[in-house]
Design a protein around this ligand. Structure first.
Ligand code: GLA
Length: 436
Protein backbone atom coordinates (compact mmCIF):
# COMPACT_ATOMS: atom_id res chain seq x y z
CA UNK A 1 0.00 0.00 0.00
CA UNK A 2 1.25 3.47 -0.82
CA UNK A 3 0.82 5.56 2.26
CA UNK A 4 2.98 8.44 1.15
CA UNK A 5 -0.08 10.56 0.51
CA UNK A 6 -1.91 9.74 3.73
CA UNK A 7 -1.38 10.04 7.45
CA UNK A 8 0.44 6.99 8.74
CA UNK A 9 -0.48 5.33 12.00
CA UNK A 10 1.79 6.20 14.92
CA UNK A 11 4.56 3.70 15.45
CA UNK A 12 6.57 3.13 18.59
CA UNK A 13 9.90 1.50 18.22
CA UNK A 14 11.96 0.50 21.17
CA UNK A 15 15.67 0.80 20.72
CA UNK A 16 18.12 -0.04 23.52
CA UNK A 17 17.11 2.74 25.89
CA UNK A 18 15.33 5.21 23.67
CA UNK A 19 11.81 5.50 22.28
CA UNK A 20 10.97 6.95 18.90
CA UNK A 21 7.46 8.11 18.25
CA UNK A 22 6.48 8.66 14.64
CA UNK A 23 3.28 10.46 13.77
CA UNK A 24 3.31 12.83 10.86
CA UNK A 25 0.64 14.41 8.79
CA UNK A 26 1.80 14.85 5.25
CA UNK A 27 0.90 17.36 2.60
CA UNK A 28 -1.27 16.08 -0.27
CA UNK A 29 0.99 14.28 -2.69
CA UNK A 30 0.83 14.62 -6.47
CA UNK A 31 0.76 10.97 -7.47
CA UNK A 32 0.59 11.71 -11.18
CA UNK A 33 3.68 13.90 -11.14
CA UNK A 34 5.61 11.25 -9.21
CA UNK A 35 4.49 8.53 -11.66
CA UNK A 36 5.65 10.69 -14.60
CA UNK A 37 9.06 11.23 -13.08
CA UNK A 38 9.24 7.53 -12.22
CA UNK A 39 8.48 6.28 -15.73
CA UNK A 40 10.89 8.77 -17.29
CA UNK A 41 13.46 7.64 -14.77
CA UNK A 42 12.85 3.91 -15.39
CA UNK A 43 13.31 4.40 -19.12
CA UNK A 44 16.62 6.10 -18.35
CA UNK A 45 17.78 3.48 -15.87
CA UNK A 46 16.97 0.58 -18.21
CA UNK A 47 19.32 2.04 -20.74
CA UNK A 48 22.04 3.07 -18.27
CA UNK A 49 23.56 -0.41 -18.07
CA UNK A 50 23.07 -1.08 -21.78
CA UNK A 51 24.79 2.20 -22.62
CA UNK A 52 27.61 1.46 -20.19
CA UNK A 53 28.04 -1.98 -21.80
CA UNK A 54 28.14 -0.41 -25.27
CA UNK A 55 30.70 2.18 -24.14
CA UNK A 56 32.81 -0.57 -22.59
CA UNK A 57 32.62 -2.62 -25.80
CA UNK A 58 33.86 0.41 -27.76
CA UNK A 59 36.67 1.08 -25.30
CA UNK A 60 37.65 -2.58 -25.55
CA UNK A 61 37.80 -2.52 -29.34
CA UNK A 62 39.90 0.67 -29.23
CA UNK A 63 42.24 -0.67 -26.58
CA UNK A 64 42.76 -4.24 -27.83
CA UNK A 65 42.01 -3.79 -31.54
CA UNK A 66 39.34 -6.53 -31.63
CA UNK A 67 35.81 -7.00 -30.30
CA UNK A 68 35.13 -8.37 -26.81
CA UNK A 69 33.67 -11.86 -26.58
CA UNK A 70 32.23 -11.43 -23.09
CA UNK A 71 30.77 -8.46 -21.25
CA UNK A 72 29.68 -8.73 -17.61
CA UNK A 73 28.62 -6.26 -14.93
CA UNK A 74 28.31 -6.22 -11.14
CA UNK A 75 26.69 -3.36 -9.21
CA UNK A 76 27.80 -1.34 -6.23
CA UNK A 77 25.36 -1.09 -3.34
CA UNK A 78 23.83 1.30 -0.92
CA UNK A 79 22.83 0.07 2.50
CA UNK A 80 19.47 1.55 3.49
CA UNK A 81 19.93 0.46 7.11
CA UNK A 82 21.79 -2.16 9.17
CA UNK A 83 25.29 -0.72 9.51
CA UNK A 84 28.13 -2.63 11.15
CA UNK A 85 25.72 -5.44 11.90
CA UNK A 86 26.87 -7.97 9.28
CA UNK A 87 29.99 -9.12 11.15
CA UNK A 88 27.85 -9.32 14.29
CA UNK A 89 25.54 -11.87 12.63
CA UNK A 90 22.70 -9.34 12.48
CA UNK A 91 20.46 -8.10 9.67
CA UNK A 92 21.28 -5.68 6.84
CA UNK A 93 18.96 -4.06 4.29
CA UNK A 94 20.98 -3.02 1.24
CA UNK A 95 20.09 -2.64 -2.41
CA UNK A 96 22.17 -2.83 -5.56
CA UNK A 97 22.56 0.54 -7.28
CA UNK A 98 22.76 1.63 -10.89
CA UNK A 99 26.52 2.05 -10.75
CA UNK A 100 28.54 -0.89 -12.03
CA UNK A 101 31.91 -2.46 -12.51
CA UNK A 102 31.84 -3.71 -16.11
CA UNK A 103 34.40 -6.04 -17.69
CA UNK A 104 34.75 -6.72 -21.40
CA UNK A 105 37.05 -9.62 -22.28
CA UNK A 106 38.41 -12.00 -24.86
CA UNK A 107 40.79 -14.95 -24.72
CA UNK A 108 44.43 -13.85 -24.77
CA UNK A 109 45.94 -14.41 -28.24
CA UNK A 110 48.37 -17.30 -28.62
CA UNK A 111 47.13 -19.24 -25.60
CA UNK A 112 49.09 -17.12 -23.10
CA UNK A 113 48.57 -18.01 -19.45
CA UNK A 114 48.31 -14.40 -18.36
CA UNK A 115 45.24 -12.40 -17.43
CA UNK A 116 45.75 -8.79 -18.39
CA UNK A 117 43.37 -6.18 -16.95
CA UNK A 118 43.42 -2.68 -18.37
CA UNK A 119 41.44 -0.03 -16.50
CA UNK A 120 39.53 2.64 -18.40
CA UNK A 121 40.42 5.19 -15.72
CA UNK A 122 44.06 4.93 -16.71
CA UNK A 123 45.20 3.08 -13.57
CA UNK A 124 48.25 0.84 -13.99
CA UNK A 125 47.53 -2.34 -16.00
CA UNK A 126 47.54 -5.64 -14.07
CA UNK A 127 49.23 -8.79 -15.39
CA UNK A 128 48.23 -11.92 -13.50
CA UNK A 129 50.29 -15.01 -14.29
CA UNK A 130 48.28 -18.23 -14.12
CA UNK A 131 51.25 -20.58 -14.55
CA UNK A 132 51.92 -20.38 -10.77
CA UNK A 133 49.48 -20.08 -7.84
CA UNK A 134 48.00 -16.55 -7.93
CA UNK A 135 49.31 -14.36 -5.08
CA UNK A 136 48.68 -10.77 -3.98
CA UNK A 137 50.74 -8.31 -6.04
CA UNK A 138 50.93 -5.00 -7.86
CA UNK A 139 49.14 -2.84 -8.74
CA UNK A 140 47.29 -2.75 -5.42
CA UNK A 141 43.81 -2.48 -6.96
CA UNK A 142 44.34 -5.78 -8.80
CA UNK A 143 44.30 -7.71 -5.50
CA UNK A 144 40.49 -7.76 -5.52
CA UNK A 145 40.62 -9.53 -8.89
CA UNK A 146 43.63 -11.68 -7.95
CA UNK A 147 41.88 -12.99 -4.84
CA UNK A 148 38.82 -13.98 -6.84
CA UNK A 149 40.84 -15.59 -9.66
CA UNK A 150 42.78 -17.59 -7.05
CA UNK A 151 39.55 -18.74 -5.35
CA UNK A 152 37.90 -19.68 -8.65
CA UNK A 153 40.97 -21.64 -9.77
CA UNK A 154 41.01 -23.54 -6.46
CA UNK A 155 37.49 -24.65 -7.36
CA UNK A 156 38.68 -25.79 -10.76
CA UNK A 157 37.36 -22.82 -12.76
CA UNK A 158 40.46 -22.03 -14.80
CA UNK A 159 39.71 -19.37 -17.42
CA UNK A 160 43.12 -19.47 -19.15
CA UNK A 161 44.74 -16.26 -20.40
CA UNK A 162 42.41 -13.29 -20.90
CA UNK A 163 42.58 -9.72 -22.15
CA UNK A 164 40.18 -7.69 -20.00
CA UNK A 165 39.07 -4.08 -19.96
CA UNK A 166 37.59 -2.83 -16.68
CA UNK A 167 35.24 0.15 -16.80
CA UNK A 168 33.67 1.05 -13.45
CA UNK A 169 31.16 3.75 -12.56
CA UNK A 170 31.06 2.86 -8.84
CA UNK A 171 32.76 5.80 -7.08
CA UNK A 172 36.02 4.68 -5.47
CA UNK A 173 36.21 4.97 -1.70
CA UNK A 174 32.65 6.29 -1.54
CA UNK A 175 31.28 3.56 0.70
CA UNK A 176 29.29 2.13 -2.23
CA UNK A 177 31.28 -1.11 -2.49
CA UNK A 178 33.50 -0.41 -5.44
CA UNK A 179 35.73 -3.26 -4.26
CA UNK A 180 32.92 -5.81 -3.88
CA UNK A 181 31.60 -4.88 -7.33
CA UNK A 182 35.07 -5.50 -8.80
CA UNK A 183 35.31 -8.87 -7.03
CA UNK A 184 31.84 -9.99 -8.09
CA UNK A 185 32.44 -8.72 -11.63
CA UNK A 186 35.62 -10.81 -11.85
CA UNK A 187 33.82 -13.90 -10.53
CA UNK A 188 30.96 -13.38 -13.00
CA UNK A 189 33.40 -13.05 -15.89
CA UNK A 190 35.17 -16.27 -14.91
CA UNK A 191 31.82 -18.03 -14.71
CA UNK A 192 30.96 -16.80 -18.22
CA UNK A 193 34.34 -17.80 -19.65
CA UNK A 194 34.42 -21.28 -18.06
CA UNK A 195 30.71 -21.93 -18.64
CA UNK A 196 30.34 -22.99 -15.00
CA UNK A 197 28.44 -21.15 -12.31
CA UNK A 198 28.79 -21.16 -8.56
CA UNK A 199 25.86 -21.23 -6.15
CA UNK A 200 25.21 -17.51 -5.38
CA UNK A 201 26.07 -17.85 -1.65
CA UNK A 202 29.31 -19.63 -2.47
CA UNK A 203 30.18 -16.98 -5.06
CA UNK A 204 29.60 -14.15 -2.56
CA UNK A 205 31.65 -15.91 0.13
CA UNK A 206 34.49 -16.53 -2.31
CA UNK A 207 34.57 -12.80 -3.09
CA UNK A 208 34.50 -11.90 0.62
CA UNK A 209 37.44 -14.27 1.21
CA UNK A 210 39.35 -12.53 -1.58
CA UNK A 211 38.88 -9.22 0.19
CA UNK A 212 40.06 -10.69 3.52
CA UNK A 213 43.06 -12.54 2.19
CA UNK A 214 44.24 -10.49 -0.77
CA UNK A 215 43.21 -6.95 0.22
CA UNK A 216 43.58 -7.39 3.99
CA UNK A 217 40.13 -5.93 4.74
CA UNK A 218 38.18 -7.92 7.38
CA UNK A 219 34.79 -7.01 5.87
CA UNK A 220 31.46 -8.72 6.57
CA UNK A 221 29.30 -10.45 3.94
CA UNK A 222 26.87 -7.67 3.02
CA UNK A 223 28.59 -6.06 0.04
CA UNK A 224 29.35 -9.21 -1.91
CA UNK A 225 25.91 -10.74 -1.19
CA UNK A 226 23.99 -7.77 -2.52
CA UNK A 227 26.23 -7.36 -5.58
CA UNK A 228 25.52 -11.02 -6.43
CA UNK A 229 21.87 -11.23 -5.36
CA UNK A 230 20.35 -7.77 -5.90
CA UNK A 231 16.98 -7.69 -7.67
CA UNK A 232 15.47 -4.76 -9.53
CA UNK A 233 12.91 -2.84 -7.43
CA UNK A 234 13.81 -4.75 -4.27
CA UNK A 235 15.85 -4.26 -1.15
CA UNK A 236 17.44 -7.40 0.26
CA UNK A 237 16.93 -8.29 3.91
CA UNK A 238 19.92 -10.46 4.65
CA UNK A 239 20.19 -12.46 7.85
CA UNK A 240 23.96 -12.57 8.29
CA UNK A 241 23.72 -15.47 10.77
CA UNK A 242 21.75 -17.94 8.65
CA UNK A 243 22.68 -16.21 5.35
CA UNK A 244 19.04 -16.39 4.33
CA UNK A 245 17.73 -13.56 2.20
CA UNK A 246 14.30 -12.05 1.73
CA UNK A 247 13.36 -9.65 -1.03
CA UNK A 248 11.68 -6.51 0.26
CA UNK A 249 9.86 -4.83 -2.64
CA UNK A 250 10.47 -1.12 -2.99
CA UNK A 251 8.68 -0.06 -6.15
CA UNK A 252 6.55 2.85 -5.00
CA UNK A 253 7.16 5.50 -7.67
CA UNK A 254 6.52 8.24 -5.13
CA UNK A 255 9.77 7.55 -3.25
CA UNK A 256 13.40 7.30 -4.30
CA UNK A 257 16.82 6.80 -2.80
CA UNK A 258 19.14 9.76 -3.08
CA UNK A 259 22.85 9.22 -2.57
CA UNK A 260 25.05 12.13 -1.52
CA UNK A 261 28.79 11.59 -1.71
CA UNK A 262 30.63 13.85 0.75
CA UNK A 263 33.71 13.41 -1.44
CA UNK A 264 35.86 12.95 1.64
CA UNK A 265 37.53 9.79 2.85
CA UNK A 266 39.26 10.01 6.19
CA UNK A 267 42.47 8.05 6.52
CA UNK A 268 41.62 6.21 9.74
CA UNK A 269 38.91 4.15 8.03
CA UNK A 270 40.78 0.85 7.69
CA UNK A 271 42.29 0.44 11.16
CA UNK A 272 39.11 1.69 12.82
CA UNK A 273 37.00 -0.96 11.08
CA UNK A 274 39.11 -3.76 12.56
CA UNK A 275 39.06 -2.01 15.94
CA UNK A 276 35.22 -1.92 15.91
CA UNK A 277 35.12 -5.65 15.18
CA UNK A 278 37.48 -6.30 18.09
CA UNK A 279 35.38 -4.16 20.45
CA UNK A 280 32.27 -6.13 19.50
CA UNK A 281 34.12 -9.37 20.19
CA UNK A 282 35.16 -8.02 23.61
CA UNK A 283 31.51 -7.23 24.38
CA UNK A 284 30.53 -10.78 23.40
CA UNK A 285 33.19 -12.31 25.65
CA UNK A 286 31.95 -10.27 28.62
CA UNK A 287 28.32 -11.08 27.86
CA UNK A 288 29.09 -14.75 27.27
CA UNK A 289 27.29 -14.52 23.93
CA UNK A 290 28.54 -16.10 20.68
CA UNK A 291 27.61 -12.89 18.82
CA UNK A 292 25.84 -9.60 19.51
CA UNK A 293 22.89 -11.05 17.60
CA UNK A 294 22.44 -13.54 20.44
CA UNK A 295 22.10 -10.97 23.18
CA UNK A 296 19.57 -8.32 24.23
CA UNK A 297 19.64 -4.70 25.35
CA UNK A 298 18.54 -5.90 28.82
CA UNK A 299 21.51 -8.29 29.10
CA UNK A 300 23.79 -5.48 27.94
CA UNK A 301 22.36 -3.06 30.51
CA UNK A 302 22.90 -5.66 33.25
CA UNK A 303 26.54 -6.09 32.24
CA UNK A 304 27.26 -2.35 31.92
CA UNK A 305 29.52 -2.29 35.00
CA UNK A 306 31.64 -5.14 33.66
CA UNK A 307 32.80 -3.32 30.51
CA UNK A 308 34.30 0.01 29.66
CA UNK A 309 32.07 2.71 28.24
CA UNK A 310 33.36 2.42 24.68
CA UNK A 311 32.68 -1.32 24.48
CA UNK A 312 29.24 -0.75 26.01
CA UNK A 313 28.32 1.89 23.43
CA UNK A 314 29.62 -0.20 20.52
CA UNK A 315 27.41 -3.10 21.62
CA UNK A 316 24.45 -0.78 22.19
CA UNK A 317 24.71 0.45 18.62
CA UNK A 318 24.80 -3.06 17.17
CA UNK A 319 21.92 -4.41 19.25
CA UNK A 320 19.76 -1.35 18.50
CA UNK A 321 20.70 -1.36 14.80
CA UNK A 322 19.71 -5.01 14.35
CA UNK A 323 16.31 -4.18 15.82
CA UNK A 324 15.94 -1.05 13.68
CA UNK A 325 16.75 -3.01 10.53
CA UNK A 326 14.01 -5.56 11.11
CA UNK A 327 11.52 -2.75 11.83
CA UNK A 328 12.65 -0.85 8.73
CA UNK A 329 12.13 -3.87 6.46
CA UNK A 330 8.59 -4.16 7.80
CA UNK A 331 7.97 -0.45 7.31
CA UNK A 332 9.22 -0.65 3.70
CA UNK A 333 6.83 -3.56 3.07
CA UNK A 334 4.01 -1.35 4.41
CA UNK A 335 5.20 1.68 2.40
CA UNK A 336 5.35 3.50 5.73
CA UNK A 337 8.03 5.91 4.54
CA UNK A 338 7.97 8.28 7.51
CA UNK A 339 8.69 5.32 9.79
CA UNK A 340 11.57 4.17 7.57
CA UNK A 341 12.91 7.72 7.62
CA UNK A 342 12.84 7.97 11.41
CA UNK A 343 14.70 4.68 11.68
CA UNK A 344 17.34 6.02 9.28
CA UNK A 345 17.85 9.13 11.43
CA UNK A 346 18.06 6.97 14.57
CA UNK A 347 20.61 4.74 12.85
CA UNK A 348 22.72 7.78 11.98
CA UNK A 349 22.61 9.14 15.52
CA UNK A 350 23.71 5.78 16.88
CA UNK A 351 26.55 5.44 14.34
CA UNK A 352 27.67 9.00 15.16
CA UNK A 353 27.43 8.86 18.97
CA UNK A 354 27.78 5.20 19.99
CA UNK A 355 29.72 3.57 17.18
CA UNK A 356 31.68 6.73 16.29
CA UNK A 357 32.15 5.98 12.60
CA UNK A 358 30.59 9.14 11.18
CA UNK A 359 32.48 12.36 10.46
CA UNK A 360 31.71 16.07 10.26
CA UNK A 361 30.85 16.01 6.54
CA UNK A 362 28.39 13.12 6.88
CA UNK A 363 26.77 14.77 9.89
CA UNK A 364 26.40 18.00 7.88
CA UNK A 365 24.56 16.16 5.08
CA UNK A 366 22.21 14.51 7.57
CA UNK A 367 21.55 17.83 9.36
CA UNK A 368 20.71 19.54 6.07
CA UNK A 369 18.37 16.67 5.16
CA UNK A 370 16.68 16.91 8.56
CA UNK A 371 16.30 20.65 8.02
CA UNK A 372 14.56 20.08 4.67
CA UNK A 373 12.25 17.64 6.45
CA UNK A 374 9.21 15.75 5.21
CA UNK A 375 7.50 18.90 3.96
CA UNK A 376 10.49 19.50 1.69
CA UNK A 377 10.39 15.84 0.63
CA UNK A 378 13.01 14.12 2.83
CA UNK A 379 11.76 11.20 4.95
CA UNK A 380 15.12 10.24 6.43
CA UNK A 381 18.86 10.25 5.90
CA UNK A 382 21.93 8.50 7.29
CA UNK A 383 25.53 7.68 6.57
CA UNK A 384 25.90 4.44 4.63
CA UNK A 385 28.74 1.89 4.49
CA UNK A 386 31.78 1.67 6.72
CA UNK A 387 31.86 5.40 7.53
CA UNK A 388 34.59 8.05 8.09
CA UNK A 389 33.52 9.74 4.85
CA UNK A 390 31.91 8.39 1.71
CA UNK A 391 28.18 8.62 1.16
CA UNK A 392 24.94 9.37 2.92
CA UNK A 393 21.65 7.87 1.72
CA UNK A 394 18.33 9.69 1.90
CA UNK A 395 14.80 8.47 1.35
CA UNK A 396 13.02 11.19 -0.59
CA UNK A 397 9.84 12.06 -2.46
CA UNK A 398 10.52 11.46 -6.14
CA UNK A 399 8.76 14.62 -7.29
CA UNK A 400 11.06 16.78 -5.14
CA UNK A 401 14.40 15.18 -6.08
CA UNK A 402 15.64 18.17 -8.02
CA UNK A 403 14.87 20.73 -5.36
CA UNK A 404 16.31 18.52 -2.60
CA UNK A 405 19.52 17.84 -4.54
CA UNK A 406 20.04 21.54 -5.21
CA UNK A 407 19.51 22.51 -1.59
CA UNK A 408 21.73 19.71 -0.28
CA UNK A 409 24.54 20.62 -2.66
CA UNK A 410 24.34 24.36 -1.98
CA UNK A 411 24.20 24.09 1.83
CA UNK A 412 26.89 21.41 1.94
CA UNK A 413 29.21 23.57 -0.14
CA UNK A 414 28.50 26.56 2.09
CA UNK A 415 29.19 24.63 5.30
CA UNK A 416 32.20 22.56 4.21
CA UNK A 417 33.62 24.24 1.10
CA UNK A 418 33.36 20.86 -0.68
CA UNK A 419 31.28 19.92 -3.74
CA UNK A 420 29.08 16.91 -3.01
CA UNK A 421 28.15 14.47 -5.78
CA UNK A 422 24.45 13.70 -5.60
CA UNK A 423 22.58 11.10 -7.60
CA UNK A 424 19.48 8.98 -7.40
CA UNK A 425 19.02 5.28 -7.99
CA UNK A 426 16.24 2.73 -8.16
CA UNK A 427 16.99 -0.64 -6.56
CA UNK A 428 18.94 -2.46 -9.27
CA UNK A 429 19.65 -6.06 -10.27
CA UNK A 430 22.74 -7.99 -9.17
CA UNK A 431 25.62 -9.23 -11.31
CA UNK A 432 24.77 -10.13 -14.87
CA UNK A 433 26.30 -11.45 -18.10
CA UNK A 434 25.52 -8.94 -20.85
CA UNK A 435 27.33 -10.73 -23.66
CA UNK A 436 28.71 -14.23 -24.08
C1 GLA B 1 31.88 -2.14 4.92
C2 GLA B 1 32.03 -3.66 4.95
C3 GLA B 1 30.67 -4.35 5.17
C4 GLA B 1 29.95 -3.76 6.37
C5 GLA B 1 29.93 -2.24 6.31
C6 GLA B 1 29.36 -1.61 7.54
O1 GLA B 1 31.14 -1.76 3.80
O2 GLA B 1 32.58 -4.11 3.73
O3 GLA B 1 30.86 -5.73 5.30
O4 GLA B 1 30.53 -4.21 7.57
O5 GLA B 1 31.24 -1.69 6.11
O6 GLA B 1 28.03 -1.94 7.67
Amino acid sequence: MDRAGGTPAPLRIRNADQHYKVNFSLPVFSARKAADIHSRYCALSMTYLQKLAADTANLYAKSFGRPARWIVAAPGRVNVIGEHTDYNEGFVLPTAIERYAVMAADKAPGGEKVIQIRDSSGAETAFIDLSAPVKPGAPKWSNYARGVISGMMERGLNPGGLDILLNSTVPLGGGLSSSASLEVCTATLLEAVTGRTLVPVEKALLCQKAEHEFAGVPCGIMDQFISVMGRQNNLLLLDCRSRETQLVPMNDPAVSLLIANTNVKHELANGEYGRRRAQCETACRILGAPSLRETTSEALANAKDKMDDIVFRRARHVIGEIERTVHAAEAVRNANWPAVGQLMYASHASLRDDYEVSCKELDVIVEIAEGIGIKGGVFGCRMTGGGFGGCAVALVKTELIEAISKQLAAEYKKKTGIDATIFTTRPAAGATVLKG
